[in-house]
Design a protein around this ligand. Structure first.
Ligand SMILES: *Cc1c(COP(=O)(O)O)cnc(C)c1O
Length: 393
């Protein structure tokens, strides 16, 4: 072979004796075939085979299989974001004329997708109170094909009664799915509760280092897997093997990160609840929290994100307290090693949450807890001070 060919065609090298604990990053656009016949038959390799880099490499398959194992499912697909993990489910199962039920506490872009993308295409949605439980049966008409859940709810942390929702859905042949980003399958397993889809923003705890975006959808039905893969192939989405390798690395420490962040977050929630009215602290492990009994029944732990309601008298001092925070950063995409504070303005369509207004979402990372508490202390003090007395002079 001549030089320019040698530059392109690499020599075979031995892998014998090479055993590493690291996950190899297999990159590919094209996949090559041993024979013209193999190439001609590539479409028969099915959704688990390798046909094109977009549809998976051994690195993404390794991540899929890791998540499948944790979720106690049959297959997992990977998509470019947590939002895509939700929209790909919706796009796969909903046809014009169908409708989907979403909780008022869903990750806010979900309602935006339903209103601005699905509705103009003839797919309708209805927002339900996350605490509706078996009462969801009254909302199921013949158009409903999917009930979406997110437990706990975004920012306000309500735990949904998943078994009640699932049994109402099953009675009518309706599919169910859960956004399991907060608990991860370490603390809650939607598929084991007989749900059809369990999605996660791997962006959060699985990635764990605030440096990538990815989502997963786990299923326990092989036909749903094929349908998800069909949607992804037709739309043309997949994930980068380099990002998959980062998620696999993140997942190696996810158990200890979650255990640590969960312990510190619960400790903070209790300390705050001892100083201010307890129902202002939104953490599912607190006895007064909405859905606390369901959390005790269905979950095996709590991760490191919870919220505090900021009453009107403490709102004015909040921006300065956030800006002055030394250890916490201000930001939305939680679940990393860096602790985050995010002020949220909450409004609910169903009137399900008595605390509509300003809520401070707290994501506990891995910094020293005393440093973190020093940032929270002025915020707690401002709430505890209570409303200034009118005419105090
Ligand atoms: C962050 C988040 C998402 C979206 O994930 P992205 O990767 O940022 O798109 C979806 N659901 C929940 C509960 C989230 O916290």
């Amino acid at each position: 072979m001549r030089d320019t060919t040698l530059c392109v065609k690499r020599p075979q090298i031995s892998h014998e004796g090479f055993a590493s604990l690291a996950i190899p990053t297999y990159r590919a656009s094209t996949i090559v075939f041993d024979s013209a016949e193999d190439y001609a038959n590539r479409k028969y390799r099915g959704p688990d085979g390798y046909t094109y880099g977009l549809h998976g490499t051994p690195t993404s398959r390794t991540l899929e299989a890791t998540i499948t194992g944790l979720e106690q499912g049959l297959r997992t697909v990977l998509v470019p974001s947590g939002q895509a993990a939700i929209t790909i489910v919706f796009l796969t199962v909903l046809m014009p004329g169908d409708s989907v039920l979403i909780p008022d506490t869903a990750y806010p872009p979900v309602a935006g997708f339903c209103e601005n993308y699905l509705k103009p295409r003839g797919i309708l949605f209805r927002i339900y109170d996350p605490m509706i439980g078996g009462g969801i049966a009254d909302l199921i008409d013949d158009s409903v094909k999917l009930i979406w859940t997110e437990s706990p709810g975004s920012s306000t942390m309500e735990i949904q009664d998943i078994p009640a929702l699932v049994s109402a859905a099953k009675a009518r042949g309706v599919l169910t799915g859960c956004d399991n980003t907060w608990a991860t399958p370490l603390y809650f397993k939607p598929l084991a509760q007989d749900m059809d889809f369990s999605s996660m923003a791997l962006t959060k705890y699985a990635g764990g280092h605030s440096d990538l975006l990815m989502g997963s959808i786990a299923v326990k039905d092989i036909d749903l897997h094929r349908r998800l893969k069909d949607t992804m192939r037709m739309i043309g989405i997949g994930v980068s093997p380099d990002d998959c390798a980062l998620v696999l690395r993140g997942m190696e420490t996810m158990g200890v990160r979650l255990a640590h962040s969960g312990r510190v977050a619960l400790d903070f929630a209790k300390r705050i609840a001892a100083r201010i009215p307890e129902d202002l602290v939104l953490h599912p492990a607190l006895p007064n929290a909405p859905g606390h009994e369901a959390w005790k029944r269905d979950f095996t732990g709590a991760s490191g994100v919870f919220s505090v309601v900021i009453p009107p008298h403490a709102e004015e001092s909040l921006p300065a307290a956030l800006t002055n925070a030394k250890t916490f950063s201000i930001g939305a995409s939680w679940g990393g090693t860096h602790s985050l504070l995010a002020p949220m303005t909450i409004s609910r369509a169903t009137g399900c949450n008595a605390h509509a207004g300003t809520i401070l979402r707290i994501s506990v990372g891995l910094e020293d807890e005393n440093d973190l508490w020093a940032d929270l202390e002025p915020i707690v003090a401002a709430i505890a001070a209570g409303p200034a007395q009118a005419n105090s002079a």
